[in-house]
Design a binder for this molecule. Structure first.
Ligand SMILES: COc1ccc(C(=O)Nc2ccccc2)cc1NC(=O)CCSCc1cnc2[nH]ccc2c1
Length: 271
């Protein structure tokens, strides 16, 4: 069972294990709560860096929102605590790592339709849950999706989720492959940005690379703004249809999540 919510936690309640990942604001470690032996991921955020990037209000709001989210495909934030230098997030540990690594580990570097549709369906239900709470994730990509016990998909990184509508200019770090046209143009964006990313992810899971992948940012931007991508023949017509309904320039015309969930391709390949 997850650790019972105590009034306060502190660092010496945990045995710290290996480094799981490095983030902009701090690192994530495997950890085990001593009393319950419950394994968690402990994310350490440095107050100074948070202060410098004056996102402390965002972290506080973020943690407030996160700790109330309960969904099988959303990584849990169990609790948090801080000392005078750091903020500690007690997070669910996903034992099968990132979807990015799982994709790389595939001999073909891609997934079959059943596995891809299963991931897309899980992500869809998690996004519906977030959108109902006016939370836009904005950063759906394989690096930010984790795999729990039995390979169950978990939306993980919330370092950038914001409340809708929002035009906060996101400092671009990491891949721009998943950015929708409206964000590339710095326009105000809505939860429909997550629909575009869902389409990009669906393409990448089936094909093995992102649809607008190019040798540099500018080339990628150009392709995104022109919605210029080629679907290899090996992709089924049903999958191609779903992707074409999500990679749509006008955010309002993208297939809504509840319709993605009952799209023929999803129904055909998931139980
Ligand atoms: C609910 O989740 C989160 C909630 C909040 C934040 C966050 O950083 N918020 C923030 C920070 C600074 C400024 C503003 C907001 C991050 C996460 N989630 C992760 O960071 C996922 C990877 S850490 C966990 C984890 C688990 N299981 C694994 N298995 C392998 C690696 C791995 C890694």
């Amino acid at each position: 069972q997850p650790p019972k919510p105590k009034k306060t936690w502190e660092l010496n309640n945990f045995d710290i294990g290996r480094l799981l990942g490095r983030g902009k604001f701090g690192n994530v470690y495997l950890a085990r709560e001593k009393e319950s032996q419950f394994v968690v991921a402990l994310k350490v955020l440095f107050k100074r860096q948070i202060g410098e990037s004056n996102v402390e209000h965002q972290v506080r709001r973020e943690i407030e929102i996160q700790s109330h989210l309960r969904h099988p495909h959303i990584l849990r934030l169990y609790a948090y605590f801080h000392d005078d230098v750091r903020i500690y997030l007690i997070l669910e540990y996903a034992p099968q790592g990132t979807l990015f690594n799982a994709l790389q580990a595939q001999p073909s570097k891609r997934f079959d339709e059943r596995q891809s549709a299963t991931y897309i369906k899980s992500l869809c239900s998690a996004l519906l849950y977030l959108h109902e709470r006016d939370i836009i994730h904005r950063d759906i990509k394989p690096e930010n999706l984790l795999l729990g016990h039995k390979g169950v998909l978990k939306i993980a990184d919330f370092g950038w989720s914001v409340h809708e509508p929002n035009s906060m200019r996101m400092t671009l770090c990491g891949t721009v492959d998943y950015l929708p046209p409206e964000m590339v143009q710095g326009k105000p964006h809505t939860k429909n940005v997550d629909l575009w990313s869902l389409g990009v992810l669906c393409f990448e899971l089936l094909v093995g690379h992102a649809p607008f992948y190019s040798k540099n940012y500018d080339e990628t931007y150009k392709k995104i703004l022109k919605v210029e991508y080629k679907l290899p023949e090996q992709i089924s017509k049903a999958a191609a249809h779903l992707i074409s309904k999500l990679l749509v320039l006008n955010p309002q015309h993208r297939l809504p999540l509840d319709q993605v969930l009952v799209h023929p391709w999803i129904l055909a390949h998931t139980k």
